[in-house]
Design a protein around this ligand. Structure first.
Ligand code: SF4
Length: 249
């Protein structure tokens, strides 16, 4: 497959949670992390050798993918919406995703990325950053050993990339923390994240409530079920918000 094709495992129209207005979210195949609670386990595999789930995704040319998302152009225009690239990790397919975002921006379409932050900064700066209107940047776990154990990768490049973006870019970066009971949603972890952000003058964070529905998907894919936690209660969510905000503000 030539370089101007990208591998996509899902496209969702009419999304209202992945940025302003009505959006179409494109889920790109492949992720360098292996979070135990991954909501999209079918998007993790980076090659057919890695997993049979790769077969559920398909290649798109730039023109095909543009055509798919621009069908909803009238909704983007009337609501201030646009296109969000997600995954997996969209930075895993940088040249193609960059060309896709650039072509959308040329059309005046708002662009956003949801990223786990684990990428080569120089490549991100070259291929993606010039063509983004906003960045949703996930922070998960501050303790290095726990991050490695629960996501399969070090958190150092992620933290460094966040600080690089904050220092060097004018694109708004929104930090988000996916809440996972007993993993990311602990008093200790939320306190450490709050301290890290405050020390770098980042005063706002969005908490993403845990959604346990991924487990059915994982079981269907033959992956082991790792967590028994259900939906978080409003009280648990409020506790998490209180905890991190008490450190941030
Ligand atoms: S970073 Fe996101 S897509 Fe990648 S493994 Fe973690 S939860 Fe899944």
């Amino acid at each position: 497959m030539n370089a101007l094709c990208g591998r996509v495992f899902d496209i969702k129209r009419d999304c209202s949670e992945d940025g302003p207005g009505i959006r179409t979210t494109v889920f790109f195949q492949g992720c360098p992390l292996r979070c135990l609670w991954c909501q999209n386990p079918e998007g993790q595999a980076r090659s057919s050798r890695e997993s049979a789930s790769y077969d559920g995704s398909r290649w798109y040319t730039l023109e095909e993918l543009r055509y798919r998302v621009l069908i909803d152009r009238p909704f983007f225009d009337s609501t201030g919406g646009g296109v969000t690239v997600s995954g997996g990790e969209p930075a895993h397919q940088m040249p193609f995703v960059g060309a896709f975002l650039s072509s959308l921006q040329r059309e005046g379409v708002d662009t956003a990325i949801e990223t786990c932050g684990f990428f080569n900064y120089m490549h991100f700066e070259k291929y993606l950053l010039p063509y983004l209107n906003r960045i949703y940047f996930d922070l998960k776990i501050m303790d290095e050993a726990s991050h490695q154990a629960l996501t399969g990768q070090s958190n150092r490049p992620i933290l460094e990339n966040l600080l690089h973006l904050k220092r060097a870019s004018e694109v708004p970066v929104m930090v988000r923390v996916p809440l996972v009971p007993d993993m990311t949603a602990t008093v200790e972890n939320l306190t450490f994240i709050g301290q890290f952000l405050r020390n770098h003058d980042i005063r706002k964070v969005t908490l993403l409530p845990y959604n346990p529905l991924w487990q059915d998907k994982a079981v269907r894919m033959g992956k082991r079920r790792h967590l028994d936690a259900g939906f978080m209660t409003p009280e648990q969510l409020a506790d998490c918000a209180r905890q991190i905000n008490s450190v941030l503000n």
